[in-house]
Design a protein around this ligand. Structure first.
Ligand SMILES: Cc1cc2nc3c(=O)[nH]c(=O)nc-3n(C[C@H](O)[C@H](O)[C@H](O)COP(=O)(O)OP(=O)(O)OC[C@H]3O[C@@H](n4cnc5c(N)ncnc54)[C@H](O)[C@@H]3O)c2cc1C
Length: 381
């Protein structure tokens, strides 16, 4: 496969980098302290059509191919230091992909234009207090009554949850069928009776991102709000994970590229024992590992994104991509802090934030342990 950037991809990448440096260079520490979501930045990103990229023009999108979207998110992860904002944007795009792939025409027309414009905030709700990795053992129920489902249960850790206008909710519709046909996916809107949202949960990283609980208490959801068919929830879940495991690693790879740059610069500038610290192999090796992992990550990311862009299944590639890039990001952040010594530990240098943010990357969208399990299963274990 030839992954040389096309002219279109180069333009998107350069435009997003320039835009991020001009418009998204706000004081993240101040936003973190305020506990507010950076709405102004969100709106600017929507105006830049970042949210609209992969969607068809008839639904308000740009009609850009998936690999180009991935390249653009990679540039955003590189040039925008607010990983919480970028994660919120990525989640919105992922929800849009689910609606575009599985929604009926009415749902697409109703939701995709406002999703692309960033007017409505979207979330996907799978995890529950009692089920995370074992996601499909969820307890939230949607019982069919006539032309509607009655939704009962709760979800937790949901990205964009506290501010969501629309939530894609996975729930059990036929307990006797278990995961094979027992789970369905419903589109719930804020304001529906019986649906409520919790406050943002405090986190160690991704502080500007809002994550929270969602509650469903006899919430009536009409059958035409089903994504896909009744019982197709596990299929949508698996498909959605493959897209997510391309989108988020694209962002992470961009962050790693930024971290590599600042680490190289520091290793050249900082001297100890009469030499720049980059002359010491123990420092240089950390930098060479970052570079190696970035280049290896690009290979698996582009392959995975290219498969998804052609609507092919890529469960193994997606798991390898997610596992390798998230673990590499965490390692790169740890190494960058170490290279910067005491300064790396100080908030002023902003690397400690990248490290805190990176911890979540090996947890959400399936933990590293779960990715290992998936890969091992493909090896027949
Ligand atoms: C920042 C953030 C954003 C999130 N956003 C969303 C969202 O938008 N929507 C959503 O639905 N969820 C979201 N989540 C939830 C996330 O998907 C879960 O936290 C994750 O799947 C892990 O589930 P858990 O926290 O219940 O951990 P558990 O499943 O309880 O796992 C605990 C530990 O046990 C390990 N473990 C569990 N089972 C196995 C096994 N079979 N083999 C080996 N090890 C195992 C895990 O790897 C982990 O180390 C988010 C989480 C975070 C941190």
């Amino acid at each position: 496969m030839d992954f040389e950037l096309t002219d279109e991809q180069k333009v998107w990448k350069e435009t997003i980098i320039k835009f991020s440096r001009q418009e998204l260079a706000y004081d993240i520490a101040a936003v973190e302290k305020s506990g507010e979501f950076p709405w102004d930045a969100w709106r600017k990103c929507a105006e830049m059509q970042i949210l609209a990229m992969p969607f068809a023009e008839e639904y308000g999108g740009c009609g850009v191919d998936f690999l180009t979207t991935v390249h653009s998110l990679n540039s955003l992860g590189y040039a925008c230091k607010d990983a919480g904002l970028v994660h919120a944007l990525t989640t919105q795009i992922l929800c849009g992909l689910q609606i575009a792939l599985f929604g009926n025409e009415a749902l697409k027309l109703r939701y995709l234009p406002s999703l692309c414009r960033g007017e409505k905030v979207f979330a996907q709700a799978i995890t529950e207090p009692g089920s995370g990795s074992d996601a499909l053992s969820m307890r939230t129920k949607a019982e069919k009554q006539g032309e509607a489902f009655i939704l009962n249960g709760s979800k937790t850790f949901i990205t964009n949850g506290p501010m969501a206008d629309v939530v894609i909710v996975f729930a059990v519709t036929a307990p006797e069928k278990k995961t094979l046909g027992g789970i369905s996916c419903l589109v719930v809107e804020d304001g529906m009776e019986g649906f409520s949202k919790g406050k943002p949960l405090e986190k160690m990283g991704l502080t500007t991102l809002q994550n929270g609980e969602l509650f469903f208490d006899n919430c009536e959801v009409s059958c035409d709000r089903l994504l896909g068919k009744e019982g197709q929830g596990a299929i949508i879940f698996n498909e959605s994970m493959e897209w997510e495991r391309s989108l988020l690693p694209a962002v992470h790879l961009g962050t790693m590229e930024r971290i590599l740059e600042i680490s190289v610069k520091y290793a050249k500038e900082r001297s100890a024992f009469g030499k720049a610290i980059g002359n010491y192999q123990a420092v240089a090796n950390k930098i060479s590992r970052m570079k190696m992992n970035i280049e290896l990550g690009k290979g698996i990311l582009y392959r995975c994104a290219s498969l998804k862009g052609r609507n092919k299944r890529a469960p193994l590639d997606a798991s390898i991509c997610k596992l390798f890039i998230s673990e590499s990001l965490k390692q790169a952040c740890l190494d960058a802090v170490q290279i910067h010594g005491g300064y790396g530990f100080m908030c002023e240098y902003e690397i400690e934030r990248d490290l805190r943010d990176s911890i979540a990357s090996t947890i959400y969208s399936g933990t590293s342990e779960l990715q290992h399990n998936i890969i091992a299963r493909f090896m027949g274990l």
